[in-house]
Design a binder for this molecule. Structure first.
Ligand code: NAD
Length: 366
């Protein structure tokens, strides 16, 4: 299997190195080999090539079975113009690969229930939902401009644009996922104010007629933000547009104890996908070997389950490897090992582990 690896900036290289070790171990155990090709994107690409997404990176990614990404960005590149910032590389890659659906599972491992800000009585019911976020449209891809008029008033505009086909394919992906899960889908919009949301709702209602077995509900985004705190267990699959999904999934991540726990898969029409943790490059802890590598390691598990299983003739072994990685993570957490982000409510010194120790423990357990 050919994997393009973008380590990126900040904690990116630290967590990706742990995830690759786990992947190699999974290959030894389940009988497959991966060829890794390191490519540049983000701040490190700007430093070395002058642009956030070099041509070579794009072409290696396009020819790979899957792309693994750590994270990009940092203060060093914040003052560059928008099209030259590290995030422009990520948006460009998602757009060029046609990755329109970002799948973000939010699962609270029982071992971490005390790290969740939820009251324990609530956290005892399993929290297991998936946010399906639209990834190549909306405000992040719409026309933007900043201008100053003759009176010196400065105005900035970002347009949130959606076409029917973009909404339809995303909502359909959500319904397909719901059919494999608890058959419940919330479509989140702001249809009481935004035209793009009114179109979203109209298309979602058309798609829902093809899935009579799925319990469907419209929900306004402000209500959804509140319901995620009040009763997140009511959700199974949430479909929503790009900006709303970005914010809601960071909010939902905290229900699992830490931003460092959540993996994601970005998928398009074929088997090629981009797998990355939902968090950023965490410059405040970069280089200290204290980052939580679990979101990155669970992203590898998603890569095995989706892209590699789909691209291979014998997909079963990749699905088995994906499950084994998830079980190894669970087992290490059940034994009480925690990285610094998960130790708020007290963990003994010998169970408080570094990024590399957590990676090593998961690899050994595998
Ligand atoms: P962030 O997600 O990097 O960090 C937010 C907080 O969570 C920080 O306190 C950080 O230390 C902590 N954190 C994040 N991941 C962690 C982990 N694995 N283990 C332990 N703690 C972790 O968000 P930010 O600080 O707003 O952004 C930093 C940079 O990352 C910015 O340049 C931003 O643009 C970029 N960013 C990149 C991506 C991406 O590459 N996909 C996503 C979001 C933000």
């Amino acid at each position: 299997m050919n994997i393009a690896v973008i380590k990126g900036d900040g904690i990116g290289p630290e967590i990706v190195n742990q995830a690759l070790d786990v992947l190699v171990r999974a290959g030894e155990k389940f009988g497959f080999e991966c060829k890794f090709t390191d490519v540049l994107m983000g701040g490190c690409a700007i430093d070395q090539t002058g642009v956030p997404l070099p041509e070579e990176t794009l072409s290696v990614c396009m020819q790979s079975d899957a792309v693994l990404l750590g994270a990009v960005g940092g203060a060093k590149w914040d003052s560059l113009p928008g099209h030259l910032r590290p995030e422009a590389g990520l948006l460009g890659l998602r757009g060029a690969l046609g990755l329109f659906a970002n799948i973000r599972p939010v699962k609270l491992f029982s071992a971490l229930s005390s790290a969740s800000p939820l009251k324990l009585s609530t956290a005892e019911t399993p929290l297991d939902l998936v946010i399906v976020r639209e990834l190549t449209g909306g405000a992040y891809f719409g026309k933007r401009s900043t201008s100053t008029d003759s009176k010196g008033i400065k105005t900035a505009t970002d347009s949130m644009t959606y076409s029917d086909f973009e909404i339809e394919r995303l909502v359909r992906a959500g319904f397909e996922l719901a059919m494999k899960r608890r058959k419940k889908l919330h479509s989140v919009d702001k249809a009481n104010v935004l035209d793009s949301s009114r179109l979203w709702r109209e298309i979602a209602h058309k798609v829902k007629s093809g899935y009579p077995d799925v319990e469907y509900q419209d929900m306004l985004v402000d209500n959804c933000a509140m319901q995620l705190i009040r009763n997140p267990m009511q959700f199974d699959v949430i479909v929503t547009e790009n900006l709303f999904g970005d914010i809601l999934s960071d909010e939902a991540s905290m229900l699992t104890g830490s931003l460092g726990m959540l993996p994601s898969a970005s998928l398009g029409g074929g088997s090629l996908g981009l797998y990355e943790p939902i968090h950023g490059s965490a410059p405040d802890i970069a280089g200290k070997d204290i980052a939580n590598p679990i979101a990155m390691i669970l992203s590898v598990s998603m890569m095995l389950d989706h892209s590699l299983a789909a691209a291979a003739q014998e997909g079963r072994k990749f699905k088995d490897a994906a499950l084994a990685i998830e079980n190894a993570v669970l087992s290490v957490l059940n034994d009480g090992y925690r990285t610094a982000d998960l130790t708020a409510d007290g963990v003994s010194a010998e169970k408080n582990v570094s990024c590399s120790e957590m990676g090593q423990l998961i690899k050994e357990r595998l």
